[in-house]
Design a binder for this molecule. Structure first.
Ligand code: NAP
Ligand code: GDD
Length: 366
């Protein structure tokens, strides 16, 4: 509000919080929620409402499916672009409400929250590609770091009882201080993206501690699927293996083949996001498989799935090396398993083989 100091704002947010009964009192049935003021002749919706930022991305599309199947009304925030970005959610658009807003523009998020009054907000939007963050560090910071504060501030002003999920990342561990990594492992990010995610993580913790928000941070390790962007290494390799098999090209150029990641299956990981917002108390959780594999192993399995030897088709090109690398990630999901009852259902080899099969099927339709 005009002329409002930080202290005024905190007092106002706290006053709002005291006035607003929690949307999900502990133990209350989550579906006993009303859409708005209801009188005779007005429609009443018993469905919980979720807002997903980044709904056009890999995780946003799976989370939308998951929440719709659970009976949620889902609103998806997408940013304006000159071409349509709804490829991953085209099968869902008649079940979703899509609204235009941007993490760079706080007022746009205030309007969305005010108009759609979600009970849960999942912040998945980010400039999420590590390599690009070296070329565009400021943009990455604006969206991936400060964007989180803009959204948290908007929540504080519109409805502090909203439950919030922040998409934090194993990239925050960077030059890892211990193996495997847990919620207590110190952060040492190795990219502007990782630095931005550390900010997003700590501002989420800070708003939880300062204002009592039900704000959780999921420290998710790499998770993949046939909907993964083509620039990420798993999809780049599975798509290339399928294209080479069809004779569309002969080689694929990669960077560091020794890098090791804890790769899981994206639909398993969106389940963990939802479980976090259902807990009585907010918290931070590592979500991982507990296994690590190298880019080289990824190549071996992907090319094997189409009956080829990876050494005949993979070339190393320095342009794909990073100024600073994260050599090894492996997470310990014990807390997520113990508190949330979460466990992954798809293992690494099955994941890569299903991604190759999906790429083979997609290319066959061209
Ligand atoms: P993704 O496929 O790259 O999707 C990112 C989403 O953010 C897209 O919908 C994108 O919209 C949107 N976006 C980007 N800038 C925006 C802005 N300024 N305003 C509003 N929306 C914006 O990423 P993902 O793999 O689904 O990951 C989801 C989240 O989890 C990200 O925050 C990522 O950093 C984090 N994360 C991912 C992994 C993983 O392995 N996948 C692991 C840990 C954490 P457009 O479609 O318009 O580009
Ligand atoms: N993208 C890419 N392309 N990576 C390659 C290549 C290549 O040609 N060759 C080797 N790599 C190596 C990278 O150097 C990195 O060590 C590893 O493969 C994985 O790279 P990405 O698939 O781009 O993922 P990422 O680990 O950098 O980041 C992803 O996971 C993070 C969680 O740890 C993204 O999804 C981030 O948004 C996410 O936070």
């Amino acid at each position: 509000m005009h002329g409002e100091t930080d202290t005024d704002r905190l007092a106002r947010a706290n006053a709002i919080r005291r006035r607003t009964p929690p949307a999900h009192p502990a133990g209350a049935p989550r579906r006993a929620l009303f859409r708005g003021p209801c009188g005779i002749g007005q429609t009443v919706s018993m469905a919980p409402r979720a807002l997903i930022t980044g709904i056009t991305g890999q995780d946003g599309s799976y989370l939308a499916e998951f929440l719709l199947d659970k009976g949620y009304e889902v609103t998806g925030l997408h940013r304006r672009s000159s071409t349509v970005t709804f490829e991953r959610i085209s099968h869902l658009t008649d079940r979703l409400t899509l609204v235009s807003a941007d993490l760079l523009d706080e007022a746009s998020m205030l309007r969305v929250l005010r108009d759609h009054r979600p009970n849960e907000v999942y912040n998945l939007a980010a400039q999420s590609f590590v390599q690009t963050s070296f070329a565009q560090p400021v943009l990455t910071g604006e969206v991936t770091a400060l964007g989180v504060t803009r959204l948290l501030d908007a929540i504080l002003l519109v409805d502090p009882s909203i439950r919030f999920y922040q998409a934090s990342s194993s990239e925050m561990f960077g030059k890892v201080a211990e193996v495997p990594q847990t919620e207590g492992t110190p952060f040492h990010p190795r990219s502007p993206y990782g630095v931005a995610k550390v900010y997003g993580h700590w501002i989420t913790v800070n708003y939880r501690e300062s204002y009592g928000l039900h704000a959780s941070s999921g420290i998710l390790f790499n998770h993949e699927s046939p909907r993964r962007g083509l620039e990420f290494v798993t999809r780049k390799v599975t798509h290339s293996a399928a294209a080479i098999k069809r004779g569309m090209k002969k080689t694929v150029a990669l960077g560091n083949l020794d890098a090791q990641r804890d790769w899981g299956y994206a639909p398993d990981y969106v389940r963990a996001m939802w479980l976090m917002t259902q807990q009585d108390a907010p918290g931070d959780y590592v979500v991982a498989t507990g296994e690590t594999h190298s880019v080289r192993e990824l190549c071996q399995i992907a090319f094997d799935q189409v009956g080829l030897a990876w050494q005949d088709h993979v070339v190393v090109d320095e342009q794909f090396f990073r100024p600073a690398e994260v050599d090894l990630l492996i997470g310990n999901p014990a807390r997520a398993s113990g508190h949330l009852g979460w466990k992954p259902e798809v293992g690494f080899e099955e994941l890569i083989r299903l991604m190759v099969d999906a790429d083979v099927a997609a290319l066959a339709k061209l």
